[in-house]
Design a binder for this molecule. Structure first.
Ligand code: ADP
Length: 288
């Protein structure tokens, strides 16, 4: 082998190393962009309720100052003059109450958002669930009971859950309840009339929890994106209650359980989500 060959080999090695560095760099760049977008989306989402809260607190302070002074004359700062206060104390009180209700609901929204962000931050930091064998039925029954308390326009039904009696999965009870609840809550949010039904379905090695609604549904091509952080189908359809993070948290919980999600949906007709979980142990009833 002459020095020519050696140089040739060396050049090849360097080239392939450069190519690998290039790939790693673009991957890093992509994660960076995704992270920056996440942070900026999150800040935006947190800023919106904060603005409402601060606006309402200002309004409240103004109202209370006026009520306290019991004055029928107020300073019109903009025109630098005294004018007769056009509002009675009763009116001021009712404006105050409305402002307080706005504050309460926006604060609740912020706290939902912060909780969701914390769950995702925990997932991003590589947190893994401590899983143990769990009988599914009591867990699901607890969620069914909680779901009755949700604000809803649709009827809440439970179908056949008997399959759950004999099935154990390996999982984390709290997270599995949160997972099921995310889908039920969504079903109610996006179902203005009709019903939402929960059922258990079984395959040889997996147990499925099926949440079916007769609600708004969505276009098929939206489906892959609904699991993205902050993604919402047609944000104009009054989704202020949501954070756009529910399904990304659901996806993480499912992945942690080595499960999968099946989605069937049709715009204007409704959606069906099936949460598939691997069966850890099944005690089959004797058939005769
Ligand atoms: P959100 O807090 O907005 O509900 P999610 O991540 O839970 O966020 O869901 C993302 C989007 O997927 C929702 O904004 C909604 O557009 C759509 N979606 C989720 N579940 C349903 C459903 N059962 N019916 C119709 N659309 C749904």
């Amino acid at each position: 082998d002459g020095p020519q060959d050696e140089i040739g080999q060396l050049t090849n090695t360097i080239n392939s190393m450069l190519a690998r560095i290039q790939v790693t760099y673009s991957e890093l760049e992509e994660t960076n962009i995704a992270q920056r977008r996440f942070v900026s989306d999150a800040s935006h989402e947190l800023r919106t309720p904060l603005t409402t809260i601060r606006g309402n607190v200002d309004l409240l302070q103004k109202m209370w100052k006026q009520i306290e002074s019991q004055s029928s004359v107020i300073v019109d700062g903009a025109n630098n003059q005294f004018v007769v206060d056009p509002f009675s104390n009763r009116e001021k009180l009712s404006v105050s109450i409305e402002a307080m209700m706005d504050i309460a609901s926006e604060a609740a929204r912020m706290s939902r958002l912060v909780n969701d962000l914390l769950s995702l931050a925990r997932a991003d930091s590589g947190y893994t669930l401590q899983k143990t064998p769990i009988v599914l039925l009591p867990l699901v029954e607890e969620v069914v009971r909680k779901a009755q308390l949700l604000p809803k326009n649709a009827e809440w039904r439970t179908g056949d859950l008997s399959a759950l009696y004999q099935i154990q999965v390996c999982g984390d009870t709290d997270y599995l309840q949160q997972l099921l609840f995310i889908f039920i809550e969504n079903a109610f949010k996006y179902t203005p009339s009709g019903y939402v039904v929960l059922e258990a379905v079984c395959s040889p090695d997996q147990i499925g929890l099926r949440i079916k609604d007769t609600g708004l549904g969505m276009d098929k091509d939206e489906v892959p994106r609904i699991f993205d952080r902050f993604y919402r189908v047609d944000p104009s359809r009054g989704q202020t209650a949501g954070t756009g993070l529910g399904l990304s948290i659901a996806q993480w919980i499912i992945d942690e359980h080595q499960g999968s999600i099946e989605v069937m949906t049709r715009k204007g007709e409704g959606s069906t989500f099936i949460i598939w979980l691997p069966i850890f142990k099944a005690t089959l009833l004797q058939a005769y």
